[in-house]
Structures are given as C-alpha cells and as structure tokens.
Ligand binder design. Sequence first.
Ligand SMILES: *Cc1c(COP(=O)(O)O)cnc(C)c1O
Length: 379
Amino acid sequence: MKDLVEMMEKYVFQTYARQPIVIVEGRGAVVRDMDGREYIDCIAGIAVNNVGHCHPKVVSAIKKQAELLIHTSNMYYTEPQARLAEKIAKITPMDRVFFCNSGTEAVEAALKLARRASGKTDFIAADGSFHGRSMGALSVTSKEEYRKPFEPLIPGVTFVPYDDAGAIDDAITPKTAAVILESIQGEGGVRIPSDDYLKTVRDICDDTNTLLIIDEVQTGFGRTGKWFGFEHWGVEPDIMTMAKALGSGFPIGAMAAREEMAQKFQRGDHASTFGGSPLACAAALGTISALEDGLIKQSEKSGDYFIKRLNGLKHDYIREVRGKGLMIGMELNMSGDAIVDKARGRGVLLNCISGTVLRFVPPLVITREQIDKVVEVLG
Ligand SMILES: *Cc1c(COP(=O)(O)O)cnc(C)c1O
C-alpha cells in the first residue's frame, strides 16, 4: 500500500486531498481496502454509486457491450444511445438529450445552449453553487478559492444569495440568458431551499423570458428520493444537466432540454468524440434498470430513517441535520475533519464539505443495519 501511495504522490498531479486508504473492491454499500478492511461507504464515489458498487445489472451490461462494440463516435447511429436517449426522455420532463462525459461538460453544454437559444449572453447563479471546474462551469460556480486563480472567467455572471427569489428578480436584465441552480445545493453543504423557492424562480423566469437551467448532476437518479430533485417542488426546468450516478461510475453526462430549446442547437453547434458511446450508454441503461427495481422509493425511506437516527444523536457540536432521501448533511459548529478520520478508522467513509458539514450520500441500497452501524460509530 505504501508503494502505491508513494507512486501516486510522485506521478499524479497533487490537486486532491486523498484519504490514506487504497480501495480495491466494492459490493453494495461496502468497500474493501488492500489490507482487507471493510468500510460502509457513505460517499459512494461522491453520489455516483447510487445502485451500489458493482451492481450485477451494471456489471453485466458493461461486460456484454464491451465484447460487442466499445466506441464508434457520433458519426454513426448505435442502439445503446438510441435506447438511453428514449429512456431519459421518459424519466425527465425533457424531450431531447445531448450526451457528454461528465457533469462539468453537461453544464458547459447547457450554458452554450442557453446562449444559442436565447440570443442573450448573461447568467445568474447562486452563492454556494457548484457546477464544475472548466472555464464556463467555473464561471457559474461561486467559491472564490476555486475561481480567483483562473480569472478572467466568462463575463456577465451575477451571483445572488441562495434561496432568495427576489434577488433573482432584481438581478435579471434584458441580457440575462438563464438562471442556473442546483435543486438542492450539494458541494455548498447540502442546502435545501424553502418550499416556494424554485416555484417562484420558475414564475419569474417565465415572466421575464429567462431560461431556467437546473443542475441535477448530484441530485439525480434517486439520490433525494425522487428521480430528480426538482420533482419535490413540482417545477420543470427548460434545460437540465445529469452525470454522477447516471453511469454508476462509468463516465457519462447528459444535458437535456425541451423541444423548442433543443431545436436551437444546430448541426455543428456542439460535439463530443466520446459522448454517448455504446459502452457508456450500456452502463447507464444498466444503472437505470437497477434503479427501477424499487431503489427510488428505498432512497426516500432509508433517508427518512437515516435522518431520524442522526437527529437522535445529541451533542453540543451538532447544529443541524438536513436532507432529502439519501442526500444528507450534518452541520457542525466545528470542523468535521477529525470525525472523518476517526470514522474511517472505525469502518465508515464520510467526507466534510464547506468546512463544517458532514456529508452522507451512501449507495441507495444501504441497509438499516448498515445505517445503524454508521450512527453507532458517529455516536
Ligand atoms: C459534481 C458536480 C458537477 C461536476 O461534475 P463532474 O462530473 O465532476 O464534472 C456539476 N454540478 C454539480 C451539482 C455537481 O455536484
């Protein structure tokens, strides 16, 4: 293990703060390290392994497709892309899909489409937002420490306080192409908006002819107890982004839009060599099929149970527990780093975001017994 860690420290860019274990295997909600130690995984590859590590449907879909055809480019038609596009159109309120390879790329595609479709240039994003690290996605990501070293970013982006619809109303100008929001802020610390927020923003966007982009990269595919986060508030975006859990870890992202919007992206306006490859689409079809085996409902129920159990922990340093489905944050009045390290030592993987928020985004297949174990360790 020491050799592998040293190799990565020597040869890989040092842009990540890694926890000191080498993971070699995963099943369901459990991963195993090189020394054979097992951990209950409350991170799930950052809300990616929703159907559990190495779900049989995902593994067999990848194996079968890998033996048939891995890649062709978008110069040709393929069956997995056809079937996945139809599936996404059915499980979202959107009509058409553009395939790419990550959440960041999905956001880039959404920003480009918004400019193309509206003929306008500017964007409004929220404080605490996270939409990715490429120049466009970073331009609508609020965190100063991520942005500052790479300025100038794209111009015309205004940040407004999160969960304040009036601030969006005030910020919209005749140049505003779109408002971009996460339905529940993820990296910003699992921030859940007030019940009327997204609905009011939707109305404001309609009244001012502004597009609404909802970034479902982290909240999608059952994470919050619904297929997509915006369903909690009965709101539909004009453009949406997906990635993280879509391929269970096989890289795939998607940007989807309603028909009128999608028609504005013309031949040559956007492209990706790998986007929607047969193998990536097969992994996503396997994932969606696994989710359809009752996992969305299970996320809601297990999330309610997990939140109830976490709320039962009474400690001075716990400020609040909040979440929807299995997207849960525990806000502390101190740094969570020491707890993350101690929990790992006792077989539970967690992380701490925004400095003081412990994040719980386990595979949706996590059992009651595993949740009990996590709560016991935290206690
Ligand atoms: C993770 C995330 C992204 C970026 O996705 P990558 O796959 O890391 O490029 C974008 N938006 C949200 C809401 C995310 O959580």
